[in-house]
Structure formats: C-alpha cells, structure tokens
Design a protein around this ligand. Structure first.
Ligand SMILES: C[S@@+](CC[C@H](N)C(=O)[O-])C[C@H]1O[C@@H](n2cnc3c(N)ncnc32)[C@H](O)[C@@H]1O
Length: 352
C-alpha cells in the first residue's frame, strides 16, 4: 500500500440504531417468502393484520377476491412475519420491528423482482458476457441515463422510477455513514452523483453546520428538488445540474463525497472524477468515497441481494480507490470497512 492507509474493521463500532434496518434482510432472503410478503404488502394485508388481529371470517370479508389468503398468512407465519393466536392472525413481534422500514422492504422486493426475469432467462450469458447480458436485460431499460439530460415530464417520470430504489437504499446507508464519519469543521460539501439529495440530507441532519451542493444530471436534480422540498434541511441543500466529468464545478469545498457512483465507471473515468473533485477542494478539504465491496460468495446470495449480484463484478476493493488517490497526491488516507447487508467501505482522503 502506497498511502498512509489505516484500515479498520469498524463494524463493532457501528451504532445499533443506524443498522437496525438490516433486520429486513431475513424477510427477503428467499424467492417464495419474498413473493408472499410483497403481495401481502401490496394488498395492504400487512397493514390490516398489523392494525387489528383478523379472524378468517374477517379476512374473507376484507379480501373476498383472495381465496388463498389463509395460505398466504400461513406462508408468512413460517417466515416469522405473522402468528395465529386463538384463531386470529396478527403480525409477529419481531416483524413489527420492520414496519418503520416498509419503504425499504418494498424497494428491495421490487428491485429484486424486476431483475429476476433477466437472470432466469439469461444467467449463462450473465456469466459469459456481461455487456451482451446488459444488452438483453430488460432491467437496464429502467436505468436510462440518456433520459437524464432533457427536462421533460416523461423523462422526469422515467427517472423517478429508478431513483426510488437508490433513494430507499441511501436513506438507511446514509444514516450509518453519517454516524461513522467525523465531519467537524466541514461546512461546504459537494456530493457528486448525489441523486435525490438523500445522502446529503442524511449528512446535513447529522451535521448542523454542513451546507451541501448535490451535483447530478439535470433531470435527476429536478426529481431531487421535489424529493427534498418538505425537509427542514432543504434550505441547506442545493442542486447543481452538471456533468461532473466535464462541466465547471463549485470550488473551495471542505468535503467532496462520492457515494455508490464510482463502481459504475471504468478506472480512467474514476481517475477523472477524483481529479475533478480534487480541483474543487479547499486546502484542508477531504474526499470521501463510499462504496460496496464485492459480495462474500462463500455464503449463498439471498434473493433480496440479486441487484448486488448483478453489479458484483463492478464492486472494487478500497485499495483500488486508494491507489488512484495516492497517485493524485493524497498522502493521508484511511479506510473504514463495515458490514451492512454486503461489505461496505469508506475511503477518507486528505492531501496532508
Ligand atoms: C448509482 S447512482 C448513486 C446515487 C447516490 N450517490 C446514492 O448513493 O444514492 C449514480 C448517480 O450518479 C449520477 N451520475 C452519473 N454520471 C454522472 C455525471 N457524469 N455527472 C454527475 N452525475 C452523474 C447518476 O445520475 C446517479 O444519480
């Protein structure tokens, strides 16, 4: 390692509260449970039995068109979602603890379900020839970056469709990162590829001095403005529509972050993103890169992690980003590794 790199496994230091959302993973681990839960969420059965225990007569009345409702509830009982007491169905005490993360559960289920048909049809191609798989796979029609430049109602709608996935994941990952990282003294923050502003929001909530500028493509910025408009921190977060590889960027930043963007790009583009970020820094400023590491394939991949399996070959090690930073003159770098539902790391880089 060239840089003065401090590698630490800080999972034990993670605040329990911030990682509590990981409890949803057990309910999206296998295909059949995932379908049962997704359906129960969609038809509001989870809300119904969560609100009030339901007998079979009550279920028949509430869901006359679903004759297999009892089967669904039994499946969910096997998965630990529901229990039956004295003839009445209700949510288990454990599953009730997931209710604050319903948005995340739905996003995970929808994202995995969206991808599953592509993998069912083309798994061999996925292994053999990733570019050919990407050409065939329907899921990539959703992530249409070419629709992120011209602000039209259709493009906003199309872009919002995929941004709900990135936003739901980042809402919770951002809280963990905000608790992990010490941003004392940072005021001007640039979040490159900052999407809906959710990551900037979580950093601003945790750091009352911070003022963020979210750099992203024009349509993404429009959706982001709408996403944040009711947040008390919205007046500390502005959107800056730009291509961060080529357009001028706001200068004199104390902090530049890249969260879950660089893995999308080949190394030369990562070098360019990082050198452009470095140009914007004030003398004592720092760059923080937050990324997933590769999946631990010694364990089976749960259904809910299908999207991460899809991107797994793009997930690099922290060392690869450290090398780029070192080559660009960042001498003071450290790495924090931690486990979320996948390995995750932060590379923190200062010039001196
Ligand atoms: C995978 S998403 C990650 C979003 C966000 N950082 C998060 O963690 O939720 C990558 C983001 O980078 C943005 N992006 C891609 N190319 C970009 C470019 N050249 N300049 C600015 N933003 C870009 C995309 O529009 C998208 O919002």
């Amino acid at each position: 390692m060239h840089s003065k790199a401090l590698c630490s496994d800080s999972s034990s230091a993670l605040h329990n509260n911030a990682t509590d959302y990981l409890r949803v993973e057990q309910y999206v681990a296998d295909f059949v449970t995932a379908q049962a839960l997704y359906t129960a969420l969609k038809i509001d059965l989870i809300d119904a039995v969560g609100y009030k225990p339901h007998s079979e007569t009550m279920l028949n009345k509430a869901y006359p068109e679903y004759e297999a409702c009892p089967m669904l509830l039994e499946q969910l009982q096997a998965a630990g979602v529901t229990t039956k007491e004295e003839g009445y169905w209700k949510l288990s005490e454990e599953f009730k603890k997931c209710l604050p993360y319903k948005d995340l559960l739905l996003a995970k289920l929808e994202f995995a379900n969206l991808l599953a048909p592509d993998l069912l049809q083309h798994y061999e191609l996925f292994l053999k020839d990733l570019p050919a798989f990407i050409q065939q796979a329907k899921v990539f029609e959703l992530f249409a970056y070419d629709r992120c430049f011209e602000v039209t109602e259709d493009n906003i709608q199309a872009t919002r469709n995929w941004m709900r996935f990135t936003t739901s994941l980042t809402r919770y990952e951002g809280r963990v990162i905000a608790k992990q990282v010490d941003l004392k003294g940072s005021q001007k923050h640039l979040d490159i590829g900052g999407n809906s502003g959710e990551f900037a929001l979580q950093l601003c909530k945790a750091n009352p001095e911070l003022r963020s500028t979210v750099v992203d493509l024009p349509v993404v910025c429009e959706v982001g403005k709408q996403h944040l408009c009711d947040e008390p921190e919205a007046n500390r977060i502005r959107f800056f529509a730009a291509d961060a590889l080529t357009d001028p960027l706001p200068m004199q930043q104390d902090l530049v972050t890249f969260k879950s963007i660089l893995h999308d790009w080949p190394i030369p583009a990562c070098e360019r993103f990082i050198s452009r970020a470095a140009e914007t820094l004030a003398p004592e400023g720092q760059i923080i890169i937050c990324e997933r590491g590769p999946l631990n394939l010694k364990k089976t991949v749960p259904y809910g992690l299908l999207p991460m399996l899809l991107f797994n070959r793009s997930f690099r090690s922290a060392e690869q980003y450290l090398k780029i930073l070192h080559d660009q003159g960042f001498k003071n770098c450290s790495v924090q590794q931690f486990e979320l539902e996948t390995p995750f790391f932060m590379v923190i880089a200062k010039r001196n």
